[in-house]
Design a protein around this ligand. Structure first.
Ligand code: PLP
Length: 391
């Protein structure tokens, strides 16, 4: 299988041909190979039942973790498949031991689901939540962070690419500081996986959560967790089942030695196979090629939007993802979204409640979000910008 950018990818993505799809940060368009794999497995389940159908695909199912491992530079034994990024993030976060006075560090760009979990656990354990300092560009200020670190920091939560803008976090620098003080680093790679190269060894993180449906272009209801070998043995999940643990004697159980301890037995096998196909598709395409195609489109969009009267582009930082956010004096973000939907241009709105700290700091209630994947043509970007200009 050789796939070229962007023509072959466009041909594999029927949905992108007639409409302008700018919501890969929400839920992307899967390649037809992914859809075919999912549908074929559902049909097979209807013929022979879910157990036999899964048994027939046991090698392909094992290969899903191998593919993900190849994508992020990790061994398959450090990958746990799940049904969402939030599930994976929480499974790890709730497994961390916290005592009164322990410090949990988050960034201003923390995602709401993570923030709620952090607050719940802080209330239950007496740990304290603190926000890492930012520099003038709104990015974590690593020098200022270094000064605030001490050995009470138990865990640092880093969002690689936030949901509400293009800013990329200096993950490696944060990890180095955190590790000097014995803190764990949990990376939310939901908006970076699939659109840029990620190597967990280079980043040095202890754990990482990701979703299937966004830039990876996998099915909904898929996600995964990476947990480093260095710490895997020290984190026992808060809930277990007969897949993550074995009932070894009437009064004893053993937790799985690898990342499987963070999985549950029951799962959507068709979706999982689809996720594997999505990852293989990306690997075949080349993550670097996708990364530069996405970056080129996002930068093109930012400059074109910024040139429209009344439009303000809101993306922070110098190193940016494929997420482009803006507001316009012509209409509220929700109105912009519905006007664009009426022209078959898919965009979404990111509101304050998803990233409350940053949006409050910047006095923003909501922004329009455009997230072009590599299959979007430049002509289509022009169509979207013209539609904004016509509001
Ligand atoms: C979408 C998103 C999540 C949550 O992913 P789910 O698969 O919906 O659980 C987490 N973090 C960020 C930054 C996101 O954009």
């Amino acid at each position: 299988m050789t796939i070229s950018l962007p023509d072959a990818v466009r041909a594999d993505t029927p949905g992108c041909l007639d409409s302008v799809f700018l919501d890969s940060a929400g839920s992307s368009l899967p390649p037809r190979q992914v859809v075919d794999a999912v549908v074929a497995h559902l049909r097979r389940e209807a013929e022979v039942g879910g157990y036999r159908a899964a048994a027939e695909r046991v090698d392909d199912l094992a290969a899903v973790k191998e593919s993900i491992g190849r994508l992020v530079g990790a061994s398959p034994s450090t990958i746990a498949l799940s049904d969402s990024a939030t599930r994976s993030w929480c499974d790890f976060f709730y497994a961390i031991d916290l005592s009164p006075g322990d410090r949990i560090l988050v960034s201003t760009l923390e995602y709401a689901s993570n923030a709620v979990a952090v607050l719940q656990r802080a209330a239950a354990t007496g740990a304290v939540v603190e926000v890492m300092p930012v520099d003038s560009s709104g990015i974590v200020d690593v020098e200022a962070l270094e000064k605030t670190m001490d050995d009470r920091v138990a865990v640092v939560s880093v969002v690689h690419a936030p949901t509400n803008g293009g800013a990329l976090a200096p993950v490696r620098a944060i990890t180095e500081i955190a590790h000097r003080h014995g803190a764990l680093v949990l990376l939310d790679a939901c908006q970076s996986i699939g659109q840029m190269a990620i190597d967990v060894g280079d980043l040095g993180v202890d754990a990482m959560s990701a979703t299937g449906r966004k830039w990876l272009r996998g099915p909904r209801g898929t996600g995964f967790l990476y947990v480093s070998d260095r710490i895997l043995q020290n984190v026992e999940p808060r809930s277990l089942d007969l897949h993550s643990a074995t009932w070894t004697a009437p009064d004893a159980y053993e937790v799985a030695p690898d990342a499987r301890r963070f999985e549950v037995w029951e799962n959507n096998v068709a979706a999982r196979l689809g996720l594997g196909v999505a990852v293989d598709y990306l690997l075949e395409l080349g993550v670097d090629a996708v990364e530069s195609a996405v970056r080129e489109r996002a930068e093109y969009l930012r400059s074109a939007l910024a040139a429209v009267d009344g439009v303000t582009v809101h993306d922070l930082g110098e190193h940016r993802s494929g997420i482009v956010t803006f507001t316009t004096t012509a209409a509220d973000p929700a109105v912009v979204r519905s006007e664009l939907h009426a022209r078959d241009i898919s965009v979404t709105v990111s509101s304050r409640s998803s990233t409350r700290l940053d949006m409050t700091d910047r006095d923003l209630e909501a922004v329009v979000r455009m997230s072009p994947h590599c299959f979007v043509s430049f002509d289509q970007l022009d169509v979207a910008v013209a539609a904004v200009a016509a509001l």
